[in-house]
Design a protein around this ligand. Sequence first.
Ligand code: PAF
Length: 287
Amino acid sequence: MNTVKTVRELRAAVAQARAEGKQIALVPTMGNLHAGHAALVEKASQRADFVVASIFVNPLQFGPNEDLATYPRTLAADQDKLVEAGCHLLFTPDVDEMYPQGMQGQTLVSVPGVSEGLCGASRPGHFDGVSTVVTKLFNMVQPDLAIFGQKDFQQLAVIRTLVRDLNMPIQIIGEPTVRAEDGLALSSRNGYLSAEQRAVAPTLYRGLEQIAAAIAAGERDFAALVEQARAQQVAAGFRPDYLEIREANSLRPATADDRQLVILVAAFIGSTRLIDNLALDLDGAPQ
Ligand code: PAF
C-alpha cells in the first residue's frame, strides 16, 4: 500500500490505476480504524480492483466545543489495518492540503432535508462539513464507488442525496454496523469510555432492540416507546440527546403506516456522545 499526502500524488496514482482499466473504490475515514472500518475496506476490495482509503480528521465537521483536538490519531496502526484489509492507496492530507485557502470562506455543500434534525440539530454545521469534505474527496479521487458505514445512518442518507442531486456518477454502498459481542456499535469514540462507562454503553443498543421488538409485535404508540426507552437511558446513566423513530428512506418522522423504519439514538455517557441506530423492515426480516 502506498501512502500519499498530496492531491497531486493521489490523482497520479489513481490515474495510473484507471489507465490499467481498474475500477476504483473510495473509503473515506477519519482514522483510528477498527473492525468496522476494516469491513468497509474489505467490501471495497470485493467490489473494485483498486481501493483508496482516506484518513483526514476534518475540522470543518467539528463544532467549537467538540473533540477535534483530542480525536485519536493512530496512523501507523491504521496503515497496518488497511494493508491487511486490502487497501492499495492511502491518502492522508494535512488540513492545508485539503483547505489551501483556509476554511473561512470555503465553498460549502449543503444538503437540506435529510441533514436537518437528529445529528443535524445537535451538531449545527456538522453535515455541511461532512458533505463538503466528501464532495472534495469525490472530486479528487473520482471513484466508481464509495463505501460508508450504516452506523452513521443520517450521514449515509446525506451522502446518497448529495450524489443524486449533484449528478455524481458514484455508487454509494452502505455497510452494516459492526458490533462488539455485547452489542455496542464499534466507534473510534468508544476509546474515550472508562471501564464503567463501557459496561453501561451497550444499554443504548438494547433499548433500540426493545423498541424494534415492540414495533414488530404490532405496537404503534411510538411516543410511548421512545419515552420508555429514554427513561431507561437516564436510569442507566446516559444524558439523552435524541431518540427518534423515522421512516428509513426519507428520514421524516415515522407514521403508524410506514413499513421501513429506523430508530436513531444519540446520548452522552460522561462527556462522550454515542450514536446508534436500528433499521426495521416490517415487510421483511429485521435488518
Ligand atoms: O464518517 C466519517 O468518518 C466522516 O464523517 C467522513 C465520512 C470520513 C467525512 O469526514
